[in-house]
Structure formats: C-alpha cells, structure tokens
Write a new protein. Structure first.
Lengths: 176, 75
C-alpha cells in the first residue's frame, strides 16, 4: 500500500451535479480496489494555462489515497475511457499528510481541543498559580502560534525574485 | 546590472517548506519567467534539494495546465 495523489481536470461545460458525479466516479474506482481516501480537494473551476480541447477553464479536483498498486491501472483506464476528463496525473504523495488533514480537524474541534492542549503544560507549572489563571494566560499564546504559522507561509509572496529575474533574463538573451 | 554579491538564501529553506505542491500556481509562477521557463538556481538562489523538488513540481504543473509550457505573448 502506497500513498498516491491523483489530480484531474473535468470539462466544466456541464452542470454541477454531473461534475460532482464524475468526481465520485474516481472515488469509486479507488474504493473498489481496496483503496482508502485520506484527503479530498475540490479546487473548483480554474483558468487553464493553455487551451485543452478549445477550453480555457477546467474543474480541478484531487484525491490523496492509500491503495495497492493494482488500483493505478484501473484509475488510468477510467480516465482514458471517459472523455470528460481533460487531464489527469497520479503521483506518489510525498508531502506531509498530517499537515493537510489536521487544519481541517482543528477547525471542527477548536472549541474542545484548544483549551485541552494548554492544560498539559499548565500541569507542570501548577506551583506558580491556579489552573484557571494559567489557562487564560496561555490561550493568547496559542493564538500567536497560529498567526506565526500563517505568516511563515505568506512571506513567500515577496517580490524579490520577480524583480531580480527579468533583468537577468534580458542579460542572458543579449549574450545569446 | 551589477548584483550585490551576497549569500542568496533559499526561499524554501527560509520558510521551512519541505514539499513543493505542483498545484500551487503562485509558487510555480514565482520561479518561472514570463516565457514559462524555469528560473535557474544561480539566479533564484534556491538550494539544490529544493530546486530539484521545484523543477518536478513545475513540470507536473505544466501537465495539469497550471503553468504554461511556453507563453506566446512575448515580445
């Protein structure tokens, strides 16, 4: 059993129910082959970087699943036989699955989970104060951590690389 | 254009990203030029490991029409 990620594009020129059915069909193929779907992502209708069958938009969806290798040819066959799949790509998933799954769970359980986690830390410091005051003191801290995490991803958006490259590129072309 | 010599830091190491997602258009766009070519390591400053991961991600993204193989709107 290996972890795989399959991403595919569906022709968006049908109604939402049909698109959803096509997504479910892929899930069925995985499930029938004793696969287990861990994560499902419907990215929705996006602009295509180039035209495929004269279309400029496509409906993107992806599954991260664990399955025996026998599923992969079945998946490929399914994609090939049905022409409403514009593109498909199945690769071994090498990212962090827990990172993907956890944020979704935390959102659902946030009222219960969040106060419980700092309690463990407060147990160590019981001598300093009552549990209640510690909990209130630590709750903003957890919020801070969350903001730091989101910021850590965002700075990627710095323009430096974009400003650097056009100049270098022009220089390169002149050399040629 | 004389670039100031200095250690370029790999953006992925800096932000502790160990997996480059081929579905993330923003990242793939950042490391390709307007023609759709992959920006070399000597310019972007990426470390070898991350450049390797980025390259496969961009190539996968091209298959899925997330980034273009090449752009005609040039010149």
């Amino acid at each position: 059993m290996n972890l795989y990620e399959t991403t595919f594009i569906i022709n968006p020129q049908t109604d939402d129910a049909t698109i959803d059915r096509h997504v479910r069909e892929v899930a069925d193929v995985i499930n029938k082959g004793q696969g287990k779907i861990h994560h499902e992502d419907h990215m929705g209708t996006r602009r295509l970087a180039y035209e495929i069958q004269d279309l400029t938009q496509g409906y993107y969806a992806s599954f991260i699943f664990e399955a025996p290798t026998s599923v992969l040819p079945k998946l490929q066959r399914h994609f090939k036989l049905n022409e409403y799949y514009l593109r498909y790509l199945t690769v071994r998933f090498e990212g962090n699955l827990e990172k993907l799954i956890r944020p979704a769970e935390e959102q659902a359980q946030s009222p219960k989970e969040k106060p419980a986690a700092p309690k463990d830390e407060s147990d160590i410091d019981v001598g300093k104060g009552s549990e209640e005051s510690l909990e209130t003191a630590e709750s903003p801290e957890t919020e801070k951590i969350q903001t730091v995490e989101t910021e850590a991803v965002e700075p990627e958006a710095t323009d430096e690389s974009e400003t650097e490259t056009p100049g270098d590129d022009a220089a390169e072309e002149q050399e040629l | 254009m004389a670039m100031v010599k200095g250690k370029k830091i790999c953006r992925f190491c800096e932000n502790k990203i160990d997996y480059v997602d081929y579905k993330d258009e923003r990242i793939l766009r950042r490391f390709t030029n307007e023609r759709g070519k992959i920006i070399p390591r000597r310019i972007s400053g990426n470390c070898a490991m991350h450049q390797r991961k980025l390259t496969t991600a961009i190539k996968r993204g091209r298959i899925l029409a997330i980034v273009a193989f090449e752009s005609e709107s040039y010149r």
